[in-house]
Design a protein around this ligand. Structure first.
Ligand SMILES: [Zn+2]
Length: 265
């Protein structure tokens, strides 16, 4: 199982993960074992390269994820370990022919390793993206501080208002998070219920803001998924800073926002 040949392109993607893990740690978005991420690598391998490697571990995946190859972080693993011990804290899995189980074909070297308990959310999102947004191969779930604070605020109950409040704080968020943030109702971690509400979120928005928990985004690669969260969180931070300073910011005017939409969206 250890002689899986990792194509250069996959190595590049794995290096990006280490870099982004450093950002997540520095930003205090990844305390202890918080957060998880994955990349759909199916297109980088042939079936012959990945099948029949390692034991098959039973798991109930969505049927259509059969033969998917996914890089994914480990349960209980610290995201900061991805910086310099990525083969311990993450793995590549191959989902078997009838999606009844998976084998670990690379990494997962930490003792007692198993993929993240959010694996069902990740697999479901990759399936959704493969049909609806095929260029988005990466999924990132983390705990961006200011966005989480906003999920405790009453604005969270009015998605349009929340998005307008964020977009008007800086031009970048209107341009680079064009579909905005979904106010995803609280659901228990690791459940199919959470996977379901998260899929719903991505039907209309760029980010799923999990109420009183964290946020999830997808992107072409892990860096682009991070960008969505970084830009949206900047807006949330600016808004909270204005409130802390004791004023309600007028923000960009309707005309200014329209101008951005006409020129960039
Ligand atoms: Zn979380």
């Amino acid at each position: 199982m250890n002689n899986l040949k990792i194509p250069l392109k996959v190595k590049d993607e794995i290096e990006k993960v280490s870099r982004i893990a450093g950002y997540l740690w520095q930003r205090e978005w990844a305390e202890r074992n918080a957060g998880n991420l994955s990349i759909n690598l199916t297109s980088f391998f042939t079936k012959e390269e990945v099948q029949e490697r390692g034991d098959v571990i039973p798991f109930e995946f969505p049927k259509e994820t059969a033969n998917f190859v996914i890089f994914i972080t480990g349960t209980g693993c610290y995201l900061r370990s991805l910086i310099d011990r990525i083969e311990e804290a993450a793995c590549i899995i191959y989902i078997n022919d009838d999606a009844s189980g998976y084998s670990i074909i690379w990494g997962g070297k930490q003792e007692g390793f198993a993929p993240t308990s959010e694996m069902i959310s990740h697999a479901s999102l990759h399936l959704f993206n493969s049909k609806n947004n095929p260029s988005h191969l990466a999924v990132l779930h983390t705990h961006p501080l200011e966005l989480i604070v906003m999920s405790h605020h009453e604005l969270f109950q009015d998605e349009d208002k929340l998005n307008n409040s964020l977009w008007k704080m800086c031009p970048e968020s209107r341009v680079f998070v064009p579909r905005g943030v979904h106010c995803t109702p609280y659901a228990l971690s690791s459940t199919e219920a959470l996977a379901k509400v998260t899929i719903e979120a991505f039907k209309t928005r760029d980010i799923s803001l999990w109420e009183k928990h964290g946020a999830t985004a997808t992107g072409e690669d892990i860096e682009k998924a991070w960008d969505y969260l970084d830009v949206a969180n900047k807006s949330a931070k600016l808004l909270l800073m204005a409130w802390s300073a004791g004023f309600e910011p007028a923000g960009l005017s309707k005309e200014q926002l329209n101008e951005l939409e006409e020129n960039f969206l």
